[in-house]
Design a protein around this ligand. Structure first.
Ligand code: SAM
Ligand code: SF4
Length: 475
């Protein structure tokens, strides 16, 4: 039976509705823990145990400043222990801003007549991809409005175009997608084009708020969206990203909604989502939302720390929506991926960089305008290892994120060396002299820390090969 989004209901799928607002509110209203209980929960998380809804709610309800500090400290330790110093870099590439929906927070919404509507042509898409390759990018996320023009076939075609672009030593090695939900056949078509992660954000897990802010189009159907990544799984896309748009409803509810969504995936597919995103609402053309639930900076730091502790094995993505100083701070609490050199203007990467944003050409305002190299430079100086690694995905080591953590020593054997190799490529092909110097210092230092490790001689050899002009080497 083929389900259409217009009349879709989760109950018709013989699927248990997995978001129960009463259950979530009940936890928020009743789950309280004293100091020792909270320390116990942090300890469980540091032992890499995913937290239950109740345990997460206890952390959400902790409002004693001393305990909040302990939660943040726990997240920081967990991040160091589980993820090490790697930070994966990517860039968003907006392919088209046509949209039939009316999401009240989004500049692309259909009723926004002032928005310039652009869909990149094949040549423009090649131009944008080339400009991103020339910055040093290897991983992109392609973004689309929801529109009949952006069919599964169209999206698959754009993915293939991006993969086909080669420039100098560069190429895009992993294309992720952020687009509207499809039916199972649509997801299958897109999967076959060779995508990495398919991201779909629920925006808000609170259905009445969902109805209030989604005023037109297919996206109005909460159930169709909530179950979208289940259809993706059925289509064979086991690498999915979930997210909530913070600022629409109570942030504690959204955190528990995300954790419940993770539980659902783990229960049904035996593996959680690859990534969680937690965008905060930014200004956009004719932004039209209540301001009651906007999330303050200190709450944001808390929620990211709690999410980190709640789902120790899920990648966390932080974007240029956030300003430089918040990005620096949040990075320490468990973020594993960030974007760099971001430009949301359709066709903007191949134009000269502007100082100001034009909200009639962009989905929303961003607050970190640093170039990819500025970000690389800072990460290197701070001791993080910027990574463009795409090895697992290309070697067919699927469920890569799961493997990272479930196979003992996997990070040391594969992830860290591969991160260093992609960094060396970047330094050779795109970095100015001072970044290159600092970058190689970091590589040598990290190699000496890996010294007892079996791959270290091979790694040294491969770094030398990169210096000699070889590319795309990995373990
Ligand atoms: N049209 C697709 C969809 O709705 O799923 C693609 C989504 S959109 C291009 C990517 C994400 O940006 C949305 O899911 C939403 O969470 C986020 N977003 C939209 N408006 C925003 C705003 N004003 N500030 C911050 N994030 C926003
Ligand atoms: Fe369209 Fe997505 Fe924007 Fe909603 S969030 S108006 S669906 S582009």
């Amino acid at each position: 039976m083929i389900y259409r989004p217009e009349n879709y209901s989760i109950k018709d799928q013989r699927m248990k509705p997995f978001i129960d607002p009463d259950e979530i509110w009940n936890f928020i209203n009743t789950a309280k823990g004293d100091k020792s209980r909270i320390r116990e929960i942090i300890k469980a998380s540091l032992n890499k145990k995913r937290l239950s809804l109740e345990e997460t709610a206890i952390l959400l309800n902790a409002d004693d400043p001393e305990l909040i500090e302990e939660i943040k400290e726990g997240a920081r330790t967990l991040k160091e222990r589980v993820y090490g110093e790697r930070i994966v870099l990517f860039a968003p590439l907006y392919v088209g801003d046509l949209c039939t929906n009316n999401c009240q927070y989004c500049g692309f919404r259909a009723e926004n007549k002032g928005m310039k509507r652009i869909t990149l042509s094949r040549e423009e898409l090649i131009g944008e991809t080339t400009a991103l390759i020339d910055q040093g990018h290897k991983r992109l996320i392609l973004v689309y409005g929801e529109h009949p023009k952006y069919s599964a076939d169209f999206i698959a075609e754009t993915v293939k175009i991006v993969y086909s672009v080669k420039h100098d030593n560069g190429e895009i090695r992993r294309v992720n997608i952020n687009a509207a939900p499809f039916d199972i056949n649509g997801f299958r078509t897109i999967k076959d084009s060779g995508i990495g992660t398919f991201q779909i954000f629920q925006e808000t897990y609170h259905e009445p708020t969902y109805q209030k802010v989604h005023l037109g189009g297919i996206k109005r159907n909460y159930d169709w969206r909530l179950t979208s990544l289940d259809r993706a799984q059925e289509a064979g896309i086991d690498d999915v990203g979930i997210g909530a748009l913070f600022g629409l409803y109570d942030w504690r509810f959204e955190v528990l909604g995300l954790v419940r969504h993770v539980n659902h995936f783990e229960a049904v597919y035996k593996v959680g989502p690859h990534t969680i995103s937690f965008p905060r609402i930014q200004n956009a053309l004719s932004l039209n939302i209540d301001k009651d639930h906007l999330v303050k900076d200190d709450e944001f730091v808390r929620l990211v720390s709690i999410l980190r502790l709640a789902v120790p094995y899920t990648g966390m993505i932080l974007t240029a929506r956030e300003p430089h100083h918040i990005r620096d701070q949040i990075l320490r609490f468990g973020v594993s991926q960030i974007d760099g050199g971001t430009n949301l203007e359709l066709g903007g990467y191949s134009k000269e960089k502007k100082d100001t944003q034009d909200l009639t050409m962009e989905q929303f305002q961003i607050n970190d305008n640093r170039s990819l190299n500025e970000i690389m430079d800072e990460l290197i100086k701070t001791g993080y290892i910027p990574s463009f690694c795409t090895a697992c995905y290309r070697l067919g080591r699927t469920g890569e994120h799961f493997m990272e953590f479930s196979v003992p020593g996997f990070i040391k054997r594969f992830c860290s060396p591969n991160a260093l190799l992609t960094l060396a490529e970047y330094l050779e092909d795109y970095a100015p002299t001072d970044t290159k110097e600092n970058g190689y210092k970091l590589i040598n230092q990290k190699i000496s820390q890996l010294a007892q490790h079996q791959n270290v001689d091979k790694l040294k050899e491969k770094v030398q090969l990169v210096k000699n002009g070889k590319r795309d080497l990995y373990f």
